[in-house]
Design a binder for this molecule. Structure first.
Ligand code: FES
Length: 322
């Protein structure tokens, strides 16, 4: 059974989608229709061993009989992708969160430009399905290392929108590589840009877009892996719970989430890398040292919320809305 915030699902199908990438088809454990989701949504999958990881839904959002996720085996896995690849099997029951969307389509856009790097294709492909279903104008570019590492190649080739998708392979000839600067050189009015992929790919896309004066409101991003800053030079600080006044010390080398958990205060979390937004917490006093990729620069500058899975403090104490 499911409770209000989690769903019990069964792995109906697990298959190798491309080199180092598996897809998982999840159906409701009681075979009922699943809650609706919008393009760009993800679910947190609770894994064996107590981990939870966010994965974007990549099937057609009109489907209610299944959720499809794709997982890249990450050699630097902290346990999430390794567990999905090695431990999760067909028929297994898993708990997942309800779908959440931090990467929605802008429905007032005149045209949509979708850019995917590697496994970042998952939310982007879902967007392409949705845009094709609604007759919206869009173009998709999908960059990967090589054809055999390209998830959903066949699904895209078979799709009605195949002609709008351009593949770019790192190991292919120079002529087919994506010229990001040229593609983004002239932002036409009403065009929105969506990008998901490895940080280096996203940084290159955003740098080119900003250099060509794309308005920030038309840049939509979803990071799937952060680069949490090393904690070598970190110092200890205090967090205070506004509800009780209680103070919890956060030592150098420990995250706020973990210090709070040790003190018996649970803050919901998922990615632990500052990319999913699950642990977002309001800051009432003090200045956070933002290290996430989730908040916009403007939101970070406001200093009234932070991601305690990775961010720290620039002041000796943070008073949190907990
Ligand atoms: Fe994902 Fe903190 S748990 S941003």
């Amino acid at each position: 059974m499911s409770n209000a915030s989690t769903l019990s699902v069964r792995v109906a199908r697990k298959r190798v989608e491309a080199v180092d990438i598996c897809t998982f088809e999840l159906v409701a454990a009681d075979a009922s229709p699943l809650p609706a989701f919008s393009a760009g949504s993800h679910v947190d999958v609770h894994l064996p061993g107590g981990l939870a990881r966010p994965y974007s839904l990549c099937n057609d959002p009109t489907e209610s009989h299944r959720y499809v996720i794709a997982v890249l085996r990450d050699p630097a896995s902290r346990g999430g992708s390794r567990a999905m690849h090695e431990e999760v099997v067909e028929g297994q029951l898993l708990q997942i969160s309800l779908p959440k969307n931090h990467f929605p389509l802008a429905h007032d856009a005149r045209r949509h430009l979708l850019l995917a790097g590697g496994i970042g294709v998952t939310p982007i492909l879902c967007m392409a399905e949705r845009l094709a279903n609604t007759g919206a104008e869009f173009e998709m570019h999908y960059c990967t290392r090589a054809p055999e590492r390209t998830a959903f190649r066949q699904r895209i080739a078979d799709a009605a929108f195949a002609s709008r998708v351009h593949f770019h392979f790192d190991d292919g000839n120079a002529g087919q590589k994506l010229d990001i600067e040229a593609l983004l050189a002239a932002p036409a009015s009403g065009v929105h840009l969506y990008v998901c992929g490895p940080k280096g790919f996203m940084d290159a896309v955003l740098k080119a877009a900003r250099a060509s004066s794309w308005p920030e409101a038309r840049l939509h991003t979803e990071y799937f892996a952060g680069e949490v800053a090393a904690s070598g030079a970190d110092v200890a600080f205090d967090v205070q719970l506004a509800s009780s006044g209680r103070i919890v010390r956060v030592p150098a080398g420990q995250t706020v989430i973990s210090a709070l958990a040790e003190a018996g205060v649970d803050v919901p979390f998922s990615c632990e890398q500052g990319v999913c937004g699950t642990c977002l917490t309001r800051v009432i006093e003090g200045a956070p040292d933002h290290r996430d990729l989730y908040l916009t620069p403007e939101e970070q500058a406001a200093n009234d919320q932070f991601l305690p899975c990775c961010s720290r403090a620039r002041t000796p104490r943070l008073v949190l809305d907990l």
